[in-house]
Design a protein around this ligand. Structure first.
Ligand code: MG
Length: 392
């Protein structure tokens, strides 16, 4: 059995270009789907997939670990940068899809079988519409409360918001009070039975991140995400030690070595590996095994396209420390035209029942992909009041 070609198929989905990876084989009807979406890096990832395919075409797709080692090591530069890591991830996911199809079982059955009956999803306020998630008015706590209520009416028992505004490395009380007002409005709107998460997008400096974490501690967040840059892991660890709120991070980390540092520093209660960036299903399983040793929870980062979601779900049915999965459901109205999924989502509670089809259990409609060719992603550039560059 041989890999005959690896194709990257770009599908413009408003905020992102979804990059689907299709691995074709010499067996009639046998191919695999992966995803390597990386916003604002679409051309680079497509090129990286082309570079890597020079290593893989002609190889046996069943030798997943052998091929992973090749991809990571055999072009001299290790595959732990974001572009190469994402390309490797997309290919690795597609190889696991093929493996499941060869054996006629869902991927989670290849990894020791189901460890749970269902997976809980959480949404972004506004359901993935970037305007609602990223552009809620600066002083509009009431709007946060309304969106929170909508998420619950939509069946979700957990949601995430961007209630921490962009701040300069040091600012006074104003942004702190703003975050308190927004989170307070959400808590009041949905009560104590719903889990609320706040994503800082690593915007704050370490000290501002600490101040936000302390201010929001009384609201009982399910987790508080990326309070400062992952480059300052010591400071994330300091915040984790300073509040009861579980700190989450990891969506920008690639590979086991980056996660090893996170674990060794006891920096988080929740890790958020992105299966389309961290090294694919092969690497996320190693990362999750490390998380087991530290009793750290796993909640994958998954704001991208439908293959990423299918991979996140298959992985979740096999990983004991997995607690919840990020989901977007209204980023583009034609999402379900692109994919037919093997898993089912119950609206009440937004819980996912397992896929029983082989591999990732998905069918991708290539004609639909062709309707949405590459377009430059909308730039999301942030500048502070004085004109200096900020983090989005
Ligand atoms: Mg995040």
């Amino acid at each position: 059995m041989k890999i005959t070609s690896i194709e990257a198929k770009v599908c413009h989905a408003r905020m992102r270009n979804w990059i689907f990876v299709k691995i074709n084989t010499d067996q009639p009807g046998l191919w695999g789907w992966g995803e390597a979406t990386l916003e604002w890096h679409t051309r680079a990832v497509v090129g990286a997939i082309e570079d890597i395919s020079t290593l893989l075409v002609g190889e046996d797709p069943r030798r997943i670990e052998y091929l992973w080692q090749m991809m990571y090591r055999q072009h001299f530069w290790h595959g732990n940068g974001i572009v190469r890591g994402t390309a490797i991830s997309g290919i690795d996911i597609a190889l696991w899809d093929i493996a499941g199809k060869i054996h006629g079982v869902p991927c989670h059955e290849l990894w020791g079988g189901r460890v749970r009956d269902y997976i809980r999803l959480y949404c972004h306020l506004g359901g993935g519409k970037m305007e609602d998630f990223y552009e809620t008015g600066r002083n509009d706590a009431k709007r946060f409360g309304e969106l929170a209520q909508e998420a619950v009416e939509d069946g979700f028992t957990a949601f995430k918001s961007m209630a921490v505004p962009e701040t300069m490395p040091l600012e006074g009380l104003r942004p702190i009070r703003y975050a308190e007002a927004c989170v307070g409005a959400m808590r009041e709107a949905v009560g104590d039975d719903i889990d609320i998460m706040v994503d800082c997008h690593a915007r704050p400096s370490p000290r501002m991140g600490m101040m936000f974490a302390k201010a929001l501690e009384p609201f009982g967040l399910y987790f508080f995400e990326e309070p400062c840059w992952p480059e300052t892991m010591e400071d994330i660890a300091l915040i984790q030690r300073s509040v009861n709120t579980p700190i989450a991070t990891g969506e920008r980390l690639i590979g086991i070595h980056a996660f090893r540092e996170l674990f060794e520093k006891r920096a988080a209660s929740v890790i958020q590996p992105d299966i389309t960036h961290c090294g694919g299903l092969s690497e996320v399983r190693r990362i999750a095994a490390m998380a087991e040793a530290y009793r750290v929870s796993v909640a994958p980062h998954n704001p991208q396209g439908p293959v990423s979601t299918a991979a996140s779900i298959e992985f979740g049915f096999s990983a004991p420390s997995y607690i919840i999965c990020e989901s977007v459901h209204s980023d583009v109205p034609w999402r379900q035209d692109i994919v037919e999924e093997g898993f089912t989502v119950e609206k009440k509670g937004r819980i996912v029942k397992p896929n029983t089809r082989p591999g990732l259990g998905i069918e991708i409609n290539e004609d639909e992909i062709r309707k949405h060719p590459f377009q430059q992603e909308v730039l999301q550039r942030s500048f502070y009041q004085d004109g200096s560059v900020g983090d989005w």
